[in-house]
Design a protein around this ligand. Structure first.
Ligand code: AMP
Length: 282
C-alpha cells in the first residue's frame, strides 16, 4: 500500500490533478467533513468505478454551520480518516486549512433557489445550503475533477449541488450513491457518535417509521393521514420532529398522492442534542 498524498493548498491539488489528466486519467472528488465511516468509503469505491483517480476532501466548512450549531464540536479524526482512505486506495486527501478556503477579505457566496428553497432543511437551517453550495463550487473549481460523488443520505444537498453544477456549467458530473445503513437500518452518519447508548437503541425508529409509511403510500392509503400518523409515531417515540414530508423525488415539490410521484420521504428529527436526517424512496 503506497502512502496517501495529503495536499493542503489549491496549487498542489491542481498540480496533482493536472498530472493525472495529462496521463489521460479521470478524477473523482469525494467532498467530506471527515469523521469518516463506511458510507464515505462507499462513496470512494463508487468514485473508483468512474475514474482511475480519487481525491477525498476533508474540510469542516464553517459557512454551512449556523452560530448555534456544532461546528466547534464536530468530530475531527484525521489520523483514522487517513488510515481508512489509504486502505480504500484513495490517491490523495485535500485537507485545506480554513484560511486557504476563506482568506481575509473573502466575499463571495453561491446562493440558490429551487431545491435549496424547498422548505425542508432550509426551513431549519436558513444559511446552510449557501455554505454548502459555496464550498462545493470552490472544491469543484479548485480540483477540476471530472466527477464528484455525493450520498443520497443528504438528499436535498444532492439536489442542490447537482443543480448548482449544472446551472454554473462547472463541467463536473455529480454521481449519486444510495444511503449506507447500519444493520438495524439507521443511516450511517458522523453525528451518530453523539448518541448515548440508549438513544442509539432508539434511533432506528426513524427508518422503520419511514419504511412503514412508504408501504402505506404504495398501498394507496390516504397520503395526508399516513404522513401525519407517522409523524405522531416518531414524536411518541421521544424525538423532536423538525419535518417528515412526502415530496416529489426530483423537484422536491410537495405531493398529495402517488399520482404526483415519484415520491421521496424526507425527515429531520432531534434525539437529545443530536439532529438526525434521513430519506427513502417510496
Ligand atoms: P458528511 O458526512 O457531511 O461529511 O458528508 C460527506 C458525503 O458523505 C456527502 O455526500 C454525504 O451525503 C455522504 N454520506 C454521509 N453519510 C452517508 C451514508 N450513510 N451513506 C451514503 N453517503 C453518505
Amino acid at each position: 500500500m503506497t502512502e496517501i498524498a495529503v495536499v493542503e493548498t489549491v496549487a498542489s491539488l491542481r498540480a496533482a490533478v493536472a498530472g493525472w489528466h495529462a496521463a489521460g486519467e479521470k478524477v473523482a472528488l469525494v467532498p467530506t467533513m471527515g469523521a469518516l465511516h463506511s458510507g464515505h468509503i462507499a462513496l470512494v469505491k463508487e468514485g473508483q468505478k468512474h475514474a482511475r483517480r480519487t481525491v477525498v476532501s476533508i474540510f469542516v466548512n464553517p459557512t454551512q454551520f449556523a452560530p448555534h450549531e456544532d461546528f466547534k464540536k464536530y468530530p475531527r479524526t484525521f489520523d483514522t480518516d487517513r488510515a481508512m482512505l489509504e486502505e480504500a486506495g484513495t490517491d490523495a486527501i485535500f485537507f485545506p486549512p480554513v484560511e486557504a478556503m476563506y482568506p481575509p477579505g473573502y466575499a463571495t457566496r453561491v446562493l440558490l433557489l429551487g431545491p435549496a428553497a424547498a422548505g425542508l432543511e432550509d426551513r431549519f437551517r436558513p444559511t446552510h445550503f449557501e455554505g454548502v453550495a459555496t464550498v462545493c463550487c470552490k472544491l469543484f473549481t479548485q480540483s477540476r475533477a471530472d466527477y464528484a460523488v455525493f450520498g443520497e443520505k443528504d438528499y436535498q444537498q444532492l439536489k442542490v449541488v447537482t443543480r448548482m453544477a449544472d446551472d454554473l456549467d462547472l463541467g463536473i458530473e455529480i454521481v449519486p450513491l444510495a444511503t449506507i445503513r447500519e444493520a438495524d437500518g439507521l443511516a450511517m452518519s458522523s453525528r451518530n457518535r453523539y448518541l448515548s447508548i440508549e438513544e442509539r437503541e432508539r434511533a432506528p425508529v426513524l427508518h422503520r417509521a419511514m419504511q412503514a409509511l412508504a408501504t402505506r403510500i404504495r398501498n394507496r392509503d390516504d397520503l395526508f393521514r399516513a404522513v401525519s400518523e407517522a409523524q405522531s409515531e416518531i414524536v411518541s417515540a421521544g424525538f423532536e420532529l423538525d419535518y417528515l414530508e412526502a415530496r416529489h423525488a426530483e423537484s422536491l415539490a410537495p405531493v398529495t398522492s402517488l399520482a404526483d410521484g415519484p415520491i421521496r420521504l424526507l425527515l429531520a428529527a432531534r434525539l437529545g442534542g443530536t439532529r438526525l436526517i434521513d430519506n427513502i424512496a417510496v
